[in-house]
Each structure stands twice: as C-alpha cells, then as structure tokens.
Design a protein around this ligand. Sequence first.
Ligand code: NAP
Length: 236
Amino acid sequence: MVMMRSLCSGYKALVIGASGGIGAAVADCLERDLRCDEVFHLSRRHFAGFDLRDPESVAAAASHIQSRDAEIDLIFNATGALIIDGREPEKSLKAIDADAMAAQFAVNAIGPALLLKHFHTFLPRGRRSIFASVSARVGSIGDNRLGGWYSYRASKAAQNQIIRTAAVEIARLRPKAVVAALHPGTVKTSLSDPFAGQRDRLTPRDSAARMLTVLDGLESPQSGGFFAYDGSLIEW
Ligand SMILES: NC(=O)c1ccc[n+]([C@@H]2O[C@H](COP(=O)([O-])OP(=O)(O)OC[C@H]3O[C@@H](n4cnc5c(N)ncnc54)[C@H](OP(=O)(O)O)[C@@H]3O)[C@@H](O)[C@H]2O)c1
C-alpha cells in the first residue's frame, strides 16, 4: 500500500502512459492512496490523437487537462518503447538504421522533452511537487558493460540529460519540486516479454509501489537525479 506522505493531503496526480504495464500499476497504486484526490490518466487509449511522435497532440492533451484543473502535484511519465514498428533493438553496429534510431529518439527522448515542456507548468509553485519519468538503467553510459541496443540506450541517455536539464530550470520557479529519472527494474510487461528468458522480473505493482516510495522520500536537493526502484542512485 503506497501513501505519498510528502505530498499535500488531497493531492492530484497525472500518469502519462497509463495504458502500459508500469503506468497502469502506478495509476492503480495512486488511486488506492487515501491522500490522493484524483488521478488523471493520459495515453493513446485515454485521449484520442495523443501520440508522443506528434508534438501538437502533446500540446492538445495538456490544454485538455488544463481546462479541468490547473495544479497537479505528481506527474509520472511511464511512456516508452523498445520495439517500434516491429524493429528489434540492434545487436551490432551493422544493424543500425537511421529511421529506426530516429523513431527511438522520438518516443524515448523527444517525447519526454515535450511532456516536460507542456506539463511542468502544472506543478504548483508554492509546495512540494514531483515530475518523474521512467527511463532505463541501460541508458546509463557509465553502467554500460554489455553493449548492444544502440538506439534504445542512446535515446534513454538523451532522456536522462533532458530530465537533468529540466530539473535545473524547474528549480528556479519551483524550488520545492523534485524532477527525477527512474529505472523500474526488469518488470513483467509486454515491453520486456520478448527479452525476459528465464530472468526474474518484478511485477508491475511491485515496481510501481517501490518507485513511488522512492519518489516520496526524495528531497529537492536530489532533484535531477537518476534513481532505481530500490532507491539506489544510478551513475550517468
Ligand atoms: N518493463 C521493463 O522491464 C522495463 C525496464 C526498464 C525500463 N522500462 C521503461 O518503463 C517504461 C514503461 O514500460 P512498460 O514496461 O510499462 O511498457 P509497456 O507496457 O509497453 O507501456 C509503454 C507505455 O508507453 C506508451 N507509448 C509507447 N509509444 C507511445 C507513443 N508513441 N505515444 C504515446 N504513448 C506511447 C504505451 O502506450 P500504448 O498503450 O498506447 O501503446 C504505454 O502506455 C518505458 O519507458 C520503458 O522503457 C521498462
């Protein structure tokens, strides 16, 4: 049972990618939190025309939510993709394809940048707020020992840089805000199914609850960091 004690009582939350394995579990945890007043769901399923690859659709989704409520205390981005248009992650340099790489950047890096652009203004100025974005440990350059997956790794590394940069800017007007990149663990969802093999995977609910607990414990000086579901800091 998750309780976001660091947020005000009656807080509002928005889960972007609420149709996904992890996003749905995050939304469910928040809906069960007695301190939470309302959870907005955003995804291609919940908002017609919404697609991270279409910048205008991101702006339109933000305007739609703005017309319902101005302030959202917790924004959780759980969007992302590993296989796009049937293209599997690259095993070698010879598999690199410019269009496939551009698609990865569109969803995993530019998409989160557009979400920050259009949604950070929903974070209240005078009290604590959180903008979290699910990245992936494989986006860590320092932690890369296995190689492969060029486009996904690079797009997540770019997302991490965008999160870090946004944290610096957002802190100027919202000094109590926490902006964080997260690694959810290896989680049993359709994204990881093709690559799971015999690996142990977290359930979406366990991953979601653990990430929310980590976020609840982060202080504003930790804003701009990259954290795993167990609370450990991941190197860039
Ligand atoms: N599962 C893991 O083991 C694992 C490990 C490390 C990191 N991650 C990261 O965790 C995040 C969530 O992944 P998941 O495992 O929950 O996968 P998932 O079940 O496939 O969910 C992905 C979510 O992203 C949305 N999405 C994908 N492309 C989109 C687009 N172009 N426009 C708008 N929304 C789009 C999906 O929407 P639709 O439902 O409309 O397709 C869905 O809501 C991703 O960022 C992933 O990289 C996962």
